[in-house]
Design a protein around this ligand. Structure first.
Ligand code: AOF
Ligand code: ZN
Length: 340
């Protein structure tokens, strides 16, 4: 199953809003084939795993076990049901980490396999399986993108000098942040961050697909020459239209008073299943106050800044769970998770 998870992770950044899924075909303790869901709209993990079994070993399928990190699908989506493929190949045993929360699946494949006489074992490394696809589970059950709030702070809890771009985290952490960007579907910043940092919000220090970038600009203050308005990658600006010829930039006319909810609805409608909120403090606070967050990633550097913009207050957030802490160069990354 751990091998299934490793395979599944190869799809990070390419399959959303679908889950990352890995599958392994095993005959008498020997792996005959492996596969993962590589691309949104493309073949599922089970299809790739079965197709990877060499022709001379296909006759072993009716004597093999299929391991799947997620319950095989039951429905005709962009691809035919994996459950039928398993039955066609007469695979007698299927081991699953978690059932698929998608209402079109939701345990029905497990039932169908069992009804056909297939031995099905579920719940293997279930917590890890859920963790792997926490964005997908949130997307399905909460009907909104998975929301990650991220900021860097000094040892005395300051995220920036007032109105000034302030470098806090180190170069190695910068690369990690670009990796995080490549793993999410969209990134959001507020106007102050857009004005003081002139961010690109791309993932040039890592590989993979760049996310959708989103900035608030209710009063058209972002300059035409700002990186965010260079039209180089998909961008949403929440605010009135700026003059210019845009192919990748969309000006979203949404309600300023309820923009957080409106934005989440819009992201959901367009299939963006995860959102990384990169600040500033006011925006983070709005998400925290609305209790709309799933994960907080705090980068802490030992520097003392003395004064400036204070980091959002997480002490009052009772419902937090420690998601782990690890060093990156001179920085320390702390992850907090929302309790169910
Ligand atoms: C699987 N194996 O590798 C994945 C599954 O539109 P489709 O056909 O790609 O179906 C997408 C849904 O299928 C997705 O919402 C989830 O419920 C399931 N994903 N299922 O058997 C896979 N990626
Ligand atoms: Zn499938």
């Amino acid at each position: 199953m751990r091998r299934c998870f490793d395979l599944a992770l190869q799809g990070a950044g390419s399959v959303s809003p679908n889950p990352m899924v890995g599958a392994v075909v095993v005959y008498e303790n020997t792996i005959l084939g492996e596969g993962w869901h590589r691309q949104f709209g493309g073949p599922h993990a089970e299809v790739n795993a079965i197709a990877s079994v060499p022709p001379e070993h296909q006759t072993l399928l009716p004597h093999s076990t299929l391991y799947c990190s997620l319950e095989p699908c039951f429905h005709h989506g962009k691809t035919p049901p994996c459950v039928d493929l398993i039955l066609e190949h007469r695979i007698p045993r299927v081991v699953i980490s978690t059932t698929d929360p998608n209402p079109k699946v939701a345990g029905q494949s497990v039932e169908k396999l069992r009804a056909a006489g297939v031995e099905v074992i579920t719940g293997v490394l279930e917590a890890e399986g859920r963790w792997l696809n926490r964005a997908f589970f949130t997307w399905i059950t909460r009907k909104r993108p998975y929301i990650i709030l991220k900021w860097a702070q000094s040892a005395d809890g300051i995220i920036a000098h007032n109105g000034q771009q302030t470098a806090i985290s180190g170069a190695l952490t910068q690369r990690l942040v670009h990796r995080w960007r490549s793993e999410v579907d969209a990134i959001l910043v507020g106007t102050t961050t857009a004005l003081t940092d002139n961010p690109r919000l791309d993932n040039r220090l890592y590989f993979g697909r760049p996310p959708l970038r989103i900035a608030l600009d209710w009063n058209s203050r972002i300059a035409a020459k700002a990186h965010l308005l260079d039209d180089s990658m998909p961008t949403w600006i929440l605010g009135p239209e700026h003059p210019g010829k845009w192919t990748n930039t969309v000006f979203q006319n949404i309600n300023q008073a309820s923009w957080v909810i409106n934005l989440l609805e819009k992201l959901r409608a367009e299939g963006y299943a995860s959102l990384l909120v990169e600040g500033g403090a006011r925006i983070h606070q709005q998400f925290l106050d609305a209790d709309l967050w799933d994960e907080i990633r705090i980068i802490e550097n030992p520097v003392l800044l003395g004064n400036g913009v204070a980091a959002p207050d997480t002490v009052g957030l009772g419902a937090m769970e420690n998601g782990g802490t690890f060093p990156v160069g001179d920085d320390r990354v702390q992850i907090w998770l929302r309790k169910e």
